[in-house]
Design a protein. Structure first.
Length: 132
């Protein structure tokens, strides 16, 4: 992730209008879950990199943000037990699951000119997932 962020920074410096970088984090960066310590730590590191890179690249007009999905309905999560999926649904504030399209829409927004004053942020796309 850091190598890609550095490469993106080098490329976007050439653009007089700056640009935007969006990294992927996870709701687990802040919530954690048993058995996922390394994953949660790596996602928390991404969030720290977003904050620092936004300050470093901001003067060049380059925005740096992250999207932090929660439990996303995919073929992979469909393989989880009904009880596990029900527990995740119960932990969310909204009554529908997050989809890959929801995550893509958030990334698209952060990359767009509509987000021109947004940098150094982590946007949760998690249906209001809250820790238990």
């Amino acid at each position: 992730v850091l190598h890609h962020l550095q490469a993106a920074g080098r490329l976007l410096r050439r653009n007089p209008d700056g640009g935007s970088v969006v990294l992927l984090s996870s709701a687990l960066a802040r919530q954690g879950i048993a058995g996922n310590t390394v994953y949660a730590a790596s996602k928390a590191a991404i969030e720290g990199a977003v904050a620092a890179a936004a300050r470093e690249l901001g003067p060049l007009g380059i925005r740096v943000n992250a999207v932090a999905p929660g439990f996303v309905a995919t073929d992979l999560t469909a393989a989880l037990s009904d009880a596990h999926r029900a527990a995740m649904a119960d932990a969310a504030a909204l009554p529908w699951p997050v989809t890959a399209e929801d995550v893509a829409a958030a990334i698209g927004f952060l990359l767009s000119p509509a987000a021109r004053c947004i940098t150094g942020q982590v946007l949760g796309v998690d249906a209001g997932l809250r820790p238990r």
